[in-house]
Design a protein around this ligand. Structure first.
Ligand SMILES: Nc1ncnc2c1ncn2[C@@H]1O[C@H](COP(=O)(O)OP(=O)(O)O)[C@@H](O)[C@H]1O
Ligand SMILES: [Mg+2]
Length: 332
């Protein structure tokens, strides 16, 4: 049985179509990732699947229940970690767990035991009586994950589980996600705009852009959409920049930043022939880099754009800097 089935799902906000007819299946016990840039429609999809938003058209079932006709049944079987922090920061970690458990009808020793086990699992037991507002971003995220597991959901939704966290904390959270999936035999649906996160965690990935799924498969299958290796060239051509043609070049793209991207089966074998090709064409190669394809290359290949991993963080930093500069100005 599939844990999630989505058919031709559309979600409009007024005139704007945020999700434009997507269909996919998530198998039981699978970790499935939606990978896509900001605004792709990932959160909107999560909100429809978790019954918080009604679809404009199309349908979906989660854990065997229809999200429109049986929202209560769906809610009982799912856990959610929202993109934005949703803990009560005035309460302690323990109190946050307690309230959530009671909402789901848990109580007594069963609830106490579960809270203890889960807080120990995410290594927050020693901090259980501290107010959540004193927690770091990573600690808050761990607490939210622990809380989402209290009622033993069949399907867990994680919307950008490590957004804005430092690399070490992110890796730590990935460990928890993998461990809890093993331990609880859950299905996990996660969204992310981090390529490495999709690659590290997901059994299968759907790449989403502008409200549509533009590719789906395992990380290896997705990388297989382009040649085996990728070569980036910065070249000085005598005339207007054109794509290079040769039998060993499977694909060629001119990038907005002035580089040329080549897809080849084997970069090491292709490079000498490439230099030959260039010199016979009067082309000067200024810089060469090559690597095995990443999911970023796949996204670039499919859309002509890159997923800007750091755009959010940069934006947040800009705001911080502006605030700081304003304060600085005031002080003087
Ligand atoms: N409540 C809303 N009203 C109008 N537009 C919205 C609303 N929520 C999201 N959107 C728009 O829908 C698009 C998809 O948003 P979202 O689902 O949050 O994408 P993602 O999670 O992939 O960043 C974006 O263009 C966003 O601005
Ligand atoms: Mg989102």
């Amino acid at each position: 049985m599939n844990a999630i089935e989505v058919d031709d799902l559309v979600k409009r906000y007024g005139d704007f179509e945020a999700v434009r007819g997507i269909s996919f299946r998530v198998k039981r016990g699978e970790i499935f990732a939606f990978l896509g840039p900001n605004g792709a429609g990932k959160t909107t999809t999560v909100h429809v699947l978790t019954t918080l938003l009604k679809p404009t058209s199309g349908g979906a079932t989660v854990a065997g229940h229809d999200v429109v006709r049986e929202p209560d049944a769906v809610r009982r079987k799912i856990g959610i970690v929202f993109q934005d922090m949703s803990l009560d920061s005035e309460l302690t970690a323990y109190e946050n767990m307690l309230i959530h458990g009671r909402i789901y009808g848990l109580g007594g020793n069963e609830l106490k035991d579960k809270i203890e086990r889960l807080l120990k699992f995410v290594e927050l037991w020693d901090f259980r009586d501290r107010q959540v507002k004193t927690f770091s971003g990573g600690m808050q995220r761990r607490l939210e994950i622990a809380r989402s597991l209290l009622h033993e959901p069949e399907v867990l939704f994680l919307d950008e589980p490590t957004i804005g966290l430092d690399p070490q904390t992110r890796a730590h959270i990935w460990d928890y996600i993998r461990a809890m999936k093993e331990e609880h035999d859950m299905t996990v649906f996660l969204t992310t705009h981090y390529m490495d996160e999709a690659e590290m965690l997901a059994d299968r990935i759907a790449i989403m852009d502008h409200g549509k799924i533009i590719a789906e498969g395992t990380a290896d299958e997705l990388k297989g959409l382009i040649g085996n290796d990728v070569i980036y060239l910065r070249i000085k051509a005598p005339e207007e920049l054109r794509c290079l043609k040769a039998d060993f070049i499977r694909g060629c793209k001119l990038l907005p930043d002035g580089r040329v991207r080549l897809d080849v089966e084997n970069a090491a074998g292709a490079l000498p022939r490439l230099f030959e090709l260039a010199s016979s064409g009067g082309i000067k190669i200024l810089e060469v880099t090559y690597h095995r394809p990443t999911l970023n290359d796949v996204f670039l290949h499919l859309t002509g754009r890159e997923i800007r991993e750091d755009a959010d963080e940069r934006e947040a930093m800009k705001v911080k800097m502006r605030t700081r500069m304003r304060m600085w100005g005031r002080r003087r």
